[in-house]
Ligand binder design. Structure first.
Ligand code: ADP
Ligand code: MG
Length: 450
C-alpha cells in the first residue's frame, strides 16, 4: 500500500471534491501534496501554517471520515508545513514544524461536526420551518410527524449546518442514542466497498443499529448508476422508519424535481416533512457576518459588514468566502480592512462567480417580473409601476454590467445618464425605507442570479 498511497490520496480527493465547492477545493485541497505513508500514518504537506490551521479547523471531520474510508479505520493524519526560507526563498525542511492531528481515526463517533450547532445557526425567515422542526426532532427523535425530515435548498444555504445541529442537539438531549451523520457520497463509497469485499451484510447491520440517521446531499443517489446503493438505502430507510428511528435528509432539490430515483424512494422522502431552506435575506446575512467576525475575533468595521451583506446575496458560503478573502488580502498586502478593500474583494467575487448580465437581459427580467411590456419602459409613461420598473432595471444594470450610464439610459427607455444616476439613488433609498419595494427588488435579484 505504501507505493500507491498517492493513488489512494487521489481517491480521497475525489470524495472531498464531492463535499466541498470548487473554489474551496481549488484553494484548500488541490495544493496538498501527499508526502508519505508509513505504519498507517499519512503525512500530507501543506504550504503554510495558516493553511494547516484552516484545514484542521474547517475540514478535519471531512478528512477523518474520508481517510478512514479510503485508507482504513486506523489511519492517523500528520501535517507537514513547508516553511519559506527567508535566506534564499526556497522551501525548507520543516524540522520541528510538523503538526500532528491528535485524533485517532479509529474511534467510532457520530461523524458530526462540533462547529455546526444551533448556537451559531442564525435564525431567519429563510430557515424557520426546518429549524423549528429540527429542534422538535432533537427533543423527541422518531416521535414527531417529521419523519423523515427532508430539508432541501440550493448549495451554501446552511443545510449541512442545520442537519448537524439537529444531530448534536439530539446527542446532547439523549446521550444514549446513536446518532450518525453521513454524506450520501460516503454512504455510496462505503457500500460499494462493502460489496466488493463481501461485507454488505455488516454494512446493513451497522446502519440498522442507528437511532438517528442523517444523510447529507441525497440527490447524489440519483446521479450515475447507483441502483444498488439506492436499494441498500431503501432497505435501511424502511427498517429504521418501521422501528421508529429518526431519519433526516438534505437535498439540493425538492423530491418532485429529483431525477434518477425510484418512485418508491421518492414517495418515502415525502412521508414526513419536506422543508425548504432559501437564501438568507439581507438582515440575516448581516447577523451571520457579525457572528462570524465575533467568533474569529476579527475586527471588521460595521460599514464593511453592511456592504458585504448587501452585495453578496446568494448564499452563506460566499459570505464566509468574502470574509476570508478580505482578511487574506488585508494581511498579504498589509492594508486595513475598509470599504475600499471590501469593494475590491466583492468585485473579484462577482467577476468569477456570477453569470454575465447585459442591460437588455436585465430589462427583460424586470419587465417579465412586473408583467409589463418592454415597450412601456421605452415610452414616456410616468405611471408609478412603469417608472419603478424602469428605475429598477437601471439600478441592476449599473450594478451588474460594466456599461456606461449613457448606454444604460439609452437602452432602458431613451433616458440620459443623469436619469440613470437618479434612478439608482431612488432605488437605494426605497430599499431602505419601503419593505414591499425591497422584497420586489430581492425577488428580481434572485431571478437575475439564478
Ligand atoms: P449547504 O449544506 O446548504 O450547502 P452549509 O450548511 O455547508 O450549506 O453552509 C455553508 C456555510 O454557511 C457553513 O459554514 C455554515 O456554517 C454557514 N451557514 C449557513 N447558514 C447559516 C446560518 N443560518 N447561520 C450561521 N451560519 C450559517
Ligand atoms: Mg451541504
Amino acid at each position: 500500500m505504501t507505493q500507491d498511497f498517492k493513488q489512494l490520496w487521489k481517491e480521497c480527493l475525489k470524495v472531498i471534491s464531492d463535499n466541498v465547492d470548487q473554489t474551496c477545493y481549488d484553494t484548500w485541497f488541490a495544493p496538498i501534496v501527499p508526502f508519505k505513508y508509513e505504519k498507517e500514518v499519512l503525512t500530507i504537506q501543506v504550504p503554510s501554517r495558516f493553511f494547516y490551521e484552516y484545514l484542521d479547523s474547517k475540514f478535519s471531520e471531512l478528512m477523518r471520515v474520508t481517510l478512514s474510508c479510503v485508507f482504513g479505520p486506523n489511519t492517523y493524519l500528520k501535517y507537514r508545513v513547508v516553511v519559506d526560507s527567508e535566506a534564499n526563498g526556497t522551501m525548507d525542511e520543516p524540522a520541528g514544524k510538523v503538526a500532528v492531528s491528535k485524533k485517532a481515526v479509529s474511534e467510532f463517533d457520530s461523524h458530526l461536526n462540533a462547529e455546526y450547532d444551533f448556537d451559531n445557526f442564525i435564525e431567519g425567515a429563510c430557515n424557520k420551518l426546518p429549524r423549528t422542526a429540527g429542534i422538535n426532532i432533537a427533543s423527541q427523535p422518531g416521535k414527531t410527524a417529521f419523519n423523515p425530515l427532508f430539508i432541501y435548498g440550493k448549495s451554501g444555504v446552511g443545510k449541512t449546518h442545520l442537519a448537524n445541529a439537529i444531530g448534536l442537539k439530539t446527542k446532547e438531549l439523549h446521550p444514549q442514542k446513536k446518532v450518525l451523520y453521513v454524506s450520501a457520497n460516503l454512504f455510496q463509497l462505503q457500500y460499494t466497498e462493502a460489496l466488493r469485499t463481501g461485507h454488505a451484510n455488516e454494512f446493513l447491520n451497522f446502519y440498522q443499529m442507528v437511532d438517528v440517521l442523517i444523510v447529507d446531499d441525497v440527490h447524489e443517489f440519483g446521479e450515475g448508476k447507483k441502483q444498488a446503493t439506492q436499494n441498500a438505502f431503501f432497505s435501511i430507510f424502511n427498517y429504521l422508519h418501521q422501528m421508529g428511528k429518526q431519519l433526516i435528509f438534505t437535498c439540493d432539490k425538492k423530491p418532485a424535481e429529483l431525477e434518477g430515483f425510484e418512485p418508491r424512494l421518492l414517495s418515502r422522502f415525502q412521508w414526513g416533512l419536506t422543508a425548504e431552506m432559501t437564501s438568507p435575506d439581507v438582515e440575516t446575512r448581516k447577523s451571520i457576518l457579525r457572528q462570524l467576525v465575533a467568533k474569529d475575533g476579527l475586527s471588521i468595521p460595521a460599514n464593511v459588514i453592511d456592504y458585504l451583506a448587501e452585495h453578496i446575496t446568494e448564499n452563506v458560503r460566499s459570505l464566509e468566502g468574502a470574509v476570508i478573502s478580505l482578511i487574506a488580502q488585508s494581511t498579504i498586502n498589509q492594508r486595513p480592512v475598509n470599504l475600499e478593500l471590501a469593494k475590491q474583494v466583492v468585485g473579484n467575487l462577482v467577476h468569477v462567480t456570477e453569470k454575465q448580465h447585459t442591460v437588455l437581459s436585465i430589462r427583460d427580467v424586470v419587465c417579465d417580473y412586473f408583467k409589463i411590456p418592454v415597450e412601456s419602459l421605452l415610452s414616456s409613461s410616468r405611471k408609478r409601476e412603469i417608472v419603478q420598473a424602469r428605475q429598477i432595471a437601471m439600478y441592476f444594470s449599473k450594478q451588474l454590467t460594466k456599461d456606461s450610464l449613457t448606454t444604460i439610459g439609452t437602452t432602458i427607455g431613451n433616458r440620459n445618464h443623469a436619469t440613470v444616476l437618479h434612478a439608482c439613488k431612488t432605488v437605494k433609498d426605497l430599499i431602505d425605507t419601503d419593505k414591499y419595494f425591497r422584497s420586489n427588488v430581492e425577488d428580481i435579484e434572485r431571478k437575475l442570479k439564478s
